[in-house]
Write a protein that binds this ligand. Structure first.
Ligand code: B12
Ligand code: SF4
Length: 549
């Protein structure tokens, strides 16, 4: 591959696509597709109880941390900020990171670079690169498919096999719930750790698996539990955190690495909390005690459908698994697909009811969506079933089908999807209530556990439960009466249990903070009804910059 003539002296700008995002515009922003994980895909029907937060663009942060060239990261710019950065600094390379839905923004950004910084080499990376024929849609010099750190290192003439330096990343920002923005104190939010990209399971619809090699392949940044432990220790001390959001598509699949990490955690007395993604078959490789000792406190698990044939689900009783995890204090986030091949208008309601019946703490619903680069996309294209009049901006799984389904119409796909979110909320209550349930179960089971690491972790959680979370329960039981009186009674019963466990603190906090939270919740409801949306702040971070001037 050719390298840049300036090598490591080249000045690099890495940018995510421009906002604002939560609005409809000609560049592919959509009001139903805000830059928010939970509110977009998980708790979107939960009104003021929806969990709202932003996540940085970790791909470009990782690349920046792993090249020695002077490099700026511009995250969530507006077009004006992007233009200003291009004109106030000279960049030899401009890298743009995007996913498929934002391809029109990439086109516009390439146009802007050509106009405002004609000498720059334009490199486009991230999932957008999977679009067939992208070369003809945008004016870029390089389109990078797959892993980007090694590509950028090669382009700069650096050692692509050098160890990966993990940046210290705060996992979420500007968290908001019930109309209150939570304080951003150091150590208060988990750190993101990215041990690998891709997943070897190779489910047919899975874009991350396909993008990093497909079935049987993935790119590991940290092979061993020892390497991971060292990275986590460094980030623990830099960010003062004891919890980690482990951004690995199937963290528990790699048992040897996870068990070595546990060994090191035990030796060093680390009472860490891990939020992980894992498939059912991977979770079942561990006993509940191993998961608890490893600090697993939140699992995002693909449930897809009670009748699906995905290998990761085979032979596993999901109702039983979900219940067991929650009984051990592990919060479960399920993910169900609407519109699989076997779905029909007749069985869809029943399938949604089964999914809701798993009673997970959180539940993501997504439309079955053939995305460029995946086996499913190729299959649908070969069968002539892709809808050609659907913009990439609308093929994100939270709106309507982008393919011809055998039995379900495009309009009905949206109706079923919206109903699934609503039904989960109505039948199971706000996710915040459900996670309080799981916290209490975990505390009761492990408060006297012989390992002090485990006790400390549950103690940290329960401090929240007996404090602000109990005040939130007080609000939810009142507010939810209008949605489902039965669930409101259950919330009341849970609050009573919390107050029995912590008679003084829990009652005091509920009585003092509850009314304030009720007021802010109602105020938020009004704001949302009048169309209030939220946008992430812009970040500009420079590395190796001084040495470049
Ligand atoms: C965090 C995240 C988000 C955050 C946004 C973060 C951000 N600042 O953009 C939130 C929660 C808001 C989000 C929203 C959405 N997301 Co999202 N998200 C993720 C998630 C979970 C992690 C991304 C990540 O950091 N990965 C780790 C990094 C290291 O990997 P990476 O980003 O791919 O980067 C590597 C390479 O791609 C490459 N690279 C990346 N950028 C660049 C740039 C250059 C110049 C180069 C050379 C290389 C390069 O190098 C990196 C290192 O190898 C991924 C799933 C996943 N596991 O990746 C989905 C994922 C990216 N999201 C996806 C989707 C569909 C969405 C939504 C449309 C979903 C929806 N309907 O709600 C919305 C879109 C919102 C919007 N308006 O843009 C899809 C993308 C599908 C596709 N093929 O385009 C993914 C892959 C999930 C999935 N499996 O379906 N998302
Ligand atoms: S197990 Fe999950 S991450 Fe892995 S390929 Fe299947 S859907 Fe993708």
């Amino acid at each position: 591959m050719e390298t840049h003539s300036k090598g490591s002296h080249a000045r690099v700008l890495l940018s995510s696509v421009f906002g604002p995002y939560a609005q409809d515009d000609e560049f592919g922003s959509r009001s139903i597709n805000p830059m928010e994980l939970y509110h977009n895909q998980v708790t979107r029907a939960q009104g003021s109880f929806s969990l709202r937060m932003f996540h940085r663009s970790w791909g470009i942060m990782l690349i920046q941390a792993n090249i020695s060239a002077p490099c700026s990261v511009l995250d969530f710019p507006t077009r004006e900020v992007f233009a200003r950065e291009l004109t106030t600094n000279h960049y030899d390379i401009v890298g743009i990171s995007s996913i498929i839905v934002n391809v029109l923004k990439v086109r516009e950004m390439c146009r802007m670079v050509r106009e405002l910084s004609p000498g720059s080499v334009i490199v486009v990376g991230g999932h957008v690169a999977a679009i067939p024929g992208l070369e003809a849609m945008i004016d870029a010099d390089h389109i990078v498919r797959g892993e980007g750190i090694s590509w950028m290192r090669r382009f700069l003439g650096e050692d692509e096999n050098a160890p990966i330096r993990h940046p210290a990343i705060v996992s979420g920002l500007q968290t908001r719930i019930m109309g209150v923005r939570l304080p951003q104190r150091k150590g208060g939010t988990a750190a993101t750790i990215i041990p690998s990209v891709g997943c070897p399971m190779g489910c047919n619809f899975c874009t991350t698996s396909a993008f990093f090699g497909g079935k049987g392949k993935f790119v590991n940044f940290y092979e061993t539990g020892d390497e991971l432990f060292d990275v986590m220790c460094r980030i623990e001390s830099e960010l003062k955190v004891d919890s980690f959001f482990v951004m690995d598509e199937n963290f528990l699949l790699h048992r040897t690495r996870a068990m070595r990490l546990l060994e090191r955690m035990k030796q060093a007395g680390k009472s860490w909390e891990l939020s992980v993604f894992a498939s059912a078959n991977a979770i079942r490789k561990y006993t509940m005690l191993e998961l608890v000792e490893l600090g697993v406190s939140w699992v995002w698990m693909g449930l897809e459908s009670p009748r699906s044939s995905y290998g990761k689900l085979q032979g596993h009783d999901i109702t039983q698994l979900t219940r067991e995890l929650r009984e051990h204090g592990i919060r479960v986030q399920g993910s169900t697909i609407i519109g699989l091949e076997h779905h029909t208008p007749d069985n869809m309601v029943e399938e949604i009811e089964s999914a809701v019946g798993y009673q997970t703490d959180f539940h993501q619903f997504m439309l079955y969506t053939p995305v460029p680069g995946t086996p499913l996309y190729q299959e649908m294209a070969a069968q002539g079933r892709l809808l050609t009049n659907v913009d990439f901006a609308d093929a994100h799984g939270q709106y309507k089908f982008n393919f011809q389904h055998d039995a379900i119409s495009r309009e009905d796909s949206k109706r079923f999807l919206d109903w699934a979110f609503w039904r989960d909320f109505e039948r199971n209550g706000p996710s915040l209530y459900r996670l309080c349930q799981t916290m209490l179960l975990g505390w009761r089971r492990y408060k006297n556990h012989p390992d002090p690491r485990v006790r400390r972790r549950f103690m940290r959680q329960v401090n929240k439960l007996s404090g602000a979370y109990n005040a939130a329960l007080w609000v939810m039981e009142r507010d939810f009466k209008k949605v489902n009186r039965g669930v409101s009674n259950q919330i009341h019963a849970l609050r009573r249990e919390v107050e029995e466990e912590f008679p003084v603190v829990a009652r005091l906090v509920a009585a003092s903070l509850g009314p304030i939270l009720l007021w802010s919740t109602r105020r938020e409801e009004k704001r949302l009804a009048s169309g209030q949306t939220y946008e992430p702040p812009t970040f500009l971070e420079r590395r190796n910059w001084v040495s470049a001037s």
